[in-house]
Write a protein that binds this ligand. Structure first.
Ligand code: HEM
Length: 528
């Protein structure tokens, strides 16, 4: 009998379904607390009751500070061995990409961003697309979103941005006045806002959306040479589908968990969603010929100059067995890279890289990497010890158990040998606090506006008007000036739609200005 069988063997008093407590004691009465007489009072030595209620009291861990609502699934990533027509080894020595057909297990968590753990999945919001690859060299996390760009480019602004987008600290509801107050003071967000307020801001579900690493990373080959890389996930057979605001409202009226249910049910019925992983590649330099900085996460790399090169395919084919254990405790981070993959100098990426493991030590605990979903599928051997909820030592079987330090001559762990030349970028610049040079905040927003189909532009204008009508005049004016800089038609249409929205509010309200508009003015004056 192995250890697992002996653990699960019922005692003579039990069968396979007998309820026990966590100490293994069979529970004979799960309906009545122990009391002095059947009307109480209760007694405090009642271990079963105390264990049950005090565990219940601790069922929640802090939810993620962003991306709290999510759904997860397991699957397989299969490499093509190539990046487009070239052997992938020209650019990276990462083992998971090398041989055609090589399979790497993955776990994926999709999410919405701003609202809490049980908020509707129909809300206008970017969607998270985080992938953990359990590679032979250890874990690699590609923590992306559905959209290919981001609101800001400096990590110092992230907590302010999230505060402005999250519910108001006084009355706990999201408020477009606060949202657009921040955005109108952050012109670099214009491009992202153009996506988020279009139908691309409400993907139909998690299966039918794209994914992107957003930030610029690097690939490093055997010679230690680096190239700049952007990652993109393209849905295969299931395609891409986005919702109009009206469609989202209708779905939300009957089911605010539709994306979670859609993913779970598709996998249960064997209709496995698939995505192709593509990369865009640029040489590792500043590219002065471009009108944007390749490290700026508010920019797309134009596909005609930097084509999407296919490098592999991911299929999701297994649902988790326990939501909390596997999905809620899952921890992804941008610092989790394997040999052959590297960071770029993208400031936002470097800020993110501190933030993820920091929050996970708080959210899940110091030993979050021992939770099975986060643990590599390969061996782990560290000299780290202790911490709350340590499940097992990270000891190698051959290791002298007395030696939990390195270096040692007494049979402790030893450093690994190097696999290729180190990538050693050279720096010679002043240490400064300064924005990047090629900010170009509006041009690509205009390109994106013009690239939309008519119905997408119509939706964008009406969604923006519905949000901006709640904002005070100077916020509206700043936003319209940004849209106009992006494309004069864009700015003009938002301004006209806003006038109409004001008029219809007035018509539905009392006299010249509606009560809402009057309240907006009063509040504006009150706070100035
Ligand atoms: C989650 C920070 C930008 C995608 C999180 C979490 C933090 C965070 C603290 C919660 C993690 C957890 O509790 O496990 C930041 C900071 C950013 C930033 C400081 C910028 C400075 C981005 C960007 C993307 C992104 C640009 C898209 C590429 C995600 C995703 C998750 C997440 C997908 C959820 C991961 C999961 O499913 O567990 N972020 N983030 N974040 N972030 Fe970011």
């Amino acid at each position: 009998m192995n250890e697992h069988e002996s653990k699960n063997k019922p005692s003579e008093r039990e069968d396979e379904l007998t309820l026990t407590n966590r100490q293994g004691h069979p529970v004979t009465d799960n309906q009545n607390v122990r009391t002095v007489g059947n009307r109480g009072p209760t007694t405090l030595e009642n271990y079963n009751f105390l264990e049950k209620i005090s565990h219940f009291d601790r069922e929640r861990v802090p939810e993620r500070v962003v991306h709290a609502r999510g759904a997860g699934a397991y699957g397989i990533f299969e490499a093509y061995g190539k990046a487009g027509d070239e052997p992938v080894s020209k650019y990276t020595r990462a083992k998971l990409f090398q041989e055609p057909g090589k399979q790497t297990p993955v776990f994926v968590r999709f999410s919405t961003v701003i609202h809490g753990g049980h908020s509707p999945e129909t809300l206008r919001d970017p969607r998270g697309f985080a992938v953990k690859f359990y590679t032979e060299d250890g874990n690699w996390d590609l923590v992306g979103n559905n959209l290919k760009i981001f609101f800001i480019r400096d990590p110092l602004k992230f907590p302010d941005m999230v505060h402005a987008f999250k519910p108001d600290p006084v009355y706990n509801a999201q408020d477009m006045k606060r949202f657009f107050d921040f955005v109108s003071m952050s012109p670099e967000a214009t491009h992202m806002i153009t996506f988020v307020f279009s139908p691309w801001g409400i993907p139909a579900n998690y299966r039918q959306m794209q994914g992107s690493g957003v930030n610029t990373y690097k690939w490093v080959n055997e010679e230690g040479e680096g190239v700049l890389i952007k990652y993109h996930w393209e849905p295969l057979k299931q395609g891409i589908r986005n919702l109009t605001q009206q469609e989202a409202n209708e779905i939300q009226g009957i089911n605010f968990n539709h994306a979670t249910v859609d993913l779970y049910e598709a996998i249960e019925r064997g209709d496995y969603p698939e995505w192709e992983l593509c990369v865009q590649i640029m040489s590792d330099d500043e590219h002065p010929e471009l009108d944007f900085d390749p490290l700026d996460p508010t920019k797309l790399w134009p596909e005609d100059q930097f084509p999407f090169l296919k490098v592999g395919k991911m299929t999701l084919n297994r649902n988790p067995e326990d939501y909390f254990t596997e999905v809620e405790q899952a921890a992804f981070g941008t610092g989790v890279l394997v040999d052959g993959l590297d960071f770029s100098d993208d400031k936002l990426l470097q800020g993110r890289t501190f933030s993820y493991s920091d929050t996970q030590r708080h959210r899940v605990g110091a030993n979050y990497l021992q939770v099975p979903v986060n643990r590599p599928l390969k061996r782990v051997a560290t000299n780290q010890s202790g911490g709350q909820m340590r499940i097992e030592p990270d000891r190698a079987p051959a290791q002298n158990p007395h030696v939990n330090y390195e270096p040692s001559s007494l049979g402790g762990l030893k450093e690994a040998s190097k696999t290729g030349k180190d990538h050693e970028p050279h720096y010679n610049a002043k240490l400064v606090r300064s924005p990047i040079d090629r900010q170009n905040n509006f041009k690509q927003a205009g390109d994106t506006y013009r690239a939309f189909e008519d119905w997408e532009r119509d939706e964008l204008i009406s969604n923006l008007a519905a949000a901006l009508v709640q904002c005070k005049d100077d916020i509206r004016e700043r936003m319209i000036s940004y849209f106009t800089e992006a494309d004069t038609d864009y700015g003009r249409r938002v301004a006209e739609a806003l006038k109409e929205a004001d008029m219809s509010m007035a018509a539905n309200g009392q006299g010249k200005a509606s009560a809402d508009a009057a309240a907006r003015k009063a509040e504006q004056e009150g706070h100035e």
